[in-house]
Write a protein that binds this ligand. Sequence first.
Ligand SMILES: *[C@@H]1O[C@H](CO)[C@@H](O)[C@H](O)[C@H]1NC(C)=O
Ligand SMILES: *[C@@H]1O[C@H](CO)[C@@H](O)[C@H](O)[C@H]1NC(C)=O
Ligand SMILES: *[C@@H]1O[C@H](CO)[C@@H](O)[C@H](O)[C@H]1NC(C)=O
Ligand SMILES: *[C@@H]1O[C@H](CO)[C@@H](O)[C@H](O)[C@H]1NC(C)=O
Length: 396
Amino acid sequence: MRNLKNQPKSHLSKSILFLAISITGIAFLFLFSSFISTTGFYLSSPKINLHVINKPRTISIDDTQKFLYWGHRVDCPGKHCDTCAGLGHQESSLRCALEEALFLQRTFVMPARMCINPIHNKKGILNQSSQASSDEGWMATSCAMDSLYDLDLISKKIPVILDNSETWHQVLSTGMKLGARGVAHVQGVSRVELKENPQYSNRLLINRTASPLAWFVECKDRLNHSAVMLPYTFLPSMAAKKFRDAADKVKAMLGDYDAIHVRRGDILKTRKDRFGVLRSRHPHVERDTRPECILQRIAKWISPGRTLFIASNEGKPGFFSPLGVRYKTAYSSNYSWIVDPVIENNYQLFMIERLILMGAKTVIQTFKSEDTDLSLSDDPKKNTGGWMKVVSTEGC
Ligand SMILES: *[C@@H]1O[C@H](CO)[C@@H](O)[C@H](O)[C@H]1NC(C)=O
Ligand SMILES: *[C@@H]1O[C@H](CO)[C@@H](O)[C@H](O)[C@H]1NC(C)=O
Ligand SMILES: *[C@@H]1O[C@H](CO)[C@@H](O)[C@H](O)[C@H]1NC(C)=O
Ligand SMILES: *[C@@H]1O[C@H](CO)[C@@H](O)[C@H](O)[C@H]1NC(C)=O
C-alpha cells in the first residue's frame, strides 16, 4: 500500500482543492500554421492576451492508481525542440501515448503545453533565432494543453493529469520515497512487456523516453488496424468545450450541409531537381485542389444548390469563389462573431473547423485516410514515393 505524504486521502484532495489559481499573462501570437483557414485570419501584429490558465483540476490519487509519463513536450524527447509539427502530427503522437496508457490502465501525464508550429509565420512576428531556446520563446510558441482539449472529457476514457499539476508533484515525491519501487525509466520496451513484467507493472510511475523522431513512432503497428485502440477522431472530438459550443452554433446556422477540407499551403511544397524539373511529395494535389477540379470531382457526391462548408489553409482571398456557381459556399469567416472570440491561435481555429467538418452530411478530405473516404486527390496521404514530378497539366 502506498501512502501519499502519509496523509489521509480526504486531506490530500482538500489540499489540492485549495491550490491557488495562477494567472499568467502570456503573449499568444497568431501564427501561420499549416492549418490556417482561407478565411481572413490575417494579422500584422501579435495580439497579446491575458489569459487565465490551468484552473487546478482536483484529482485525488488512490492506492491503485499508477502513472505513465512520456516527457514534457509532445515529439520532443530529445533535443529537437525548437520546431514542431502541425497539430495533426502532434495529435498522432499524443494518441499513440494515450493508447499505451489505456493498454496499461495507467493515468497519462500530459505535457502542460503544446508547441505551435511557427514555420508558416510569414508575417515574421516571431524572431525564432533569438527566442527558440529560451523559456520565453517556448511560452510564445506554445499554448496550454487545456486551452485546446477538455481534459475531463478525455479522462472519461483515459484518466489524464497535466505535468504542471499538484497531482504530478505528489506522484514525483511519492515515487522518490518509494525508491526502487517508485519509478521505472524505460526506452524501447514494448507495451506488452510493460504490462506483463512485474519489474515494470508494479511501479507507481513508468517514465518512457519515446523515439527521438516522434512519439508516434512508438506505434509502429498502426498498420494493423485491430491494434489501434483510439480512432483518429478521438482527439478532435475532445476539443475544449468553448470550441465544441462554437462549432455547434455554426453547425446550427449551416443547417443541412456538406463540407470539403482543402489542404494547400505546406502540402504544395516543391523543389527543383538538378534538371530544373519541379518535384513534389504530392504531385497532383496542387491541380486537384484548384476550384475547377474540385467542381468536377465532387459533382458526383454533392448535388447543386447544397450548402458547402470549406475549410482550407489557402491564403488567397476569393480562391474558392468559382465553387459559388454550383454551391452555397460558407467558411468559418462567415461566422467570425462566433469563432473569433474563442480562439487565440490557428490550431484552435482548425479544431473548430474540424468539428464543423465532422458534422457535415458528406465530407470530402484532401487525401483518403481510409479506403472508404471521399477525397479530392488520389495522391497518397503519406508521401511514400519521395519527390515526384509535379503534374500541372490542364484538365483534372
Ligand atoms: C531578431 O533576432 C536577431 C538576433 O538576436 C536580432 O539581431 C534582430 O534584430 C531581431 N529581429 C527582430 C525583428 O526582433
Ligand atoms: C525520465 O527519463 C528521462 C531519461 O532517462 C530523464 O531525463 C527524465 O528526467 C525522467 N523524468 C522523470 C520525471 O523521472
Ligand atoms: C494485430 O493486433 C492484434 C491486437 O493487438 C494482435 O492480437 C494481432 O496479433 C496483431 N496482428 C498482427 C499480424 O500483428
Ligand atoms: C460567406 O462569405 C462569402 C464571402 O466571403 C459569401 O460569398 C458567401 O455567400 C457567404 N456564405 C454564407 C452562407 O453566408
